[in-house]
Design a protein around this ligand. Structure first.
Ligand code: NAI
Length: 246
């Protein structure tokens, strides 16, 4: 479904981003991905994808940094030639009640989760405009739609992503560029692994499908939005949450 395409995925050394990279690669896509540092996770993902006969490269790059992002995308274009799909996946949490939330906790989450989406979308824009095609997929969250106590910074960043996604869809649609968001619910990764057993059980009770999602569940939705199966879908938020947000 993505044969000979090139995708950039941010924060893909582990978790949901890694599952997206592997899913896209299984459909013939060449993968340029970023994460904060070059480590064993980054190198093993490159090895796994290149073993499929595809091109893959990991770039150590802080998605919250505007200049670094420009340079990284320039390097990716030089290495891969074109960019068909951008998945803005990198994200962090710094959860606490508003009463205790520091300015640093607010700024860090907004910078990594929201500013990064601006940084990468702006950096790929020229290439996608020249191609007159591209699919941009932004990782929001159900809490960006519904809010969540203890996550004012995170929810605000994820709600901001939705506004950005819709604006880009309207601005770049006439040039063949699509922009959509995914709103995952409770997905089992290291990010949610930090939560206690009790909190995780409480989540499961609230989910109509009675289980947490897997990174692959999210990757499958990404594949739909990346591929031509969704060629008439833009400006939308696709919830992947087991029915939690309905
Ligand atoms: P994770 O913590 O397992 O992986 C996130 C990856 O992003 C890590 O490899 C990390 O090093 C990287 N990263 C962090 N800051 C970065 C930066 N400044 N620049 C580049 N890379 C950076 O998280 P997970 O669960 O895989 O989450 C992926 C995305 O999905 C995030 O945007 C998250 O907010 C979103 N999401 C996750 C949900 C879940 O339940 N796990 C639910 C809803 C949304």
């Amino acid at each position: 479904m993505l044969k000979d395409k090139v995708a950039i995925i941010t924060g893909a050394s582990r978790g949901i981003g890694r599952a997206i990279a592997l899913k896209f690669a299984s459909e013939g896509c060449n993968i340029a991905f970023t994460d904060l540092v070059e480590d064993e996770n980054m190198n093993s993902l490159v090895t796994e994808i290149t073993a499929l006969g595809l091109k893959a490269k990991g770039y150590a790059s802080n998605a919250a940094d505007f200049e670094q992002t420009q340079k990284t995308v320039e390097q990716i274009v030089a290495d891969f030639g074109h960019i068909d799909v951008l998945v803005n996946n990198a994200g962090i949490t710094k959860d606490t009640l508003l009463m205790r939330m520091t300015e640093q906790q607010w700024d860090a989450v907004i910078a990594v989760n929201l500013k990064s989406v601006f940084n990468f979308t702006k950096a790929v824009q020229t290439t996608m405009l020249k191609q007159r095609s591209g699919s941009i997929i932004n990782m929001s969250s159900v809490v960006g739609v519904s809010g969540n106590a203890g996550q004012a910074n995170y929810s605000a960043s994820k709600a901001g992503i939705i506004g950005f996604t819709k604006s880009v869809a309207k601005e770049l649609g006439s040039r063949g560029i699509r922009s959509n968001a995914i709103a995952p619910g409770f997905i089992i990764t290291e990010m949610t692994g930090q939560l206690s057993e009790e909190v995780r059980n409480e989540w499961n009770k609230m989910i109509p499908l009675r289980r947490g999602g897997t990174p692959e569940d999210v990757a499958n939705a990404c594949l739909f939005l990346a591929s031509d199966l969704s060629s008439y879908v833009s400006g939308q938020v696709l919830h992947v949450c087991g029915g939690l947000n309905t």
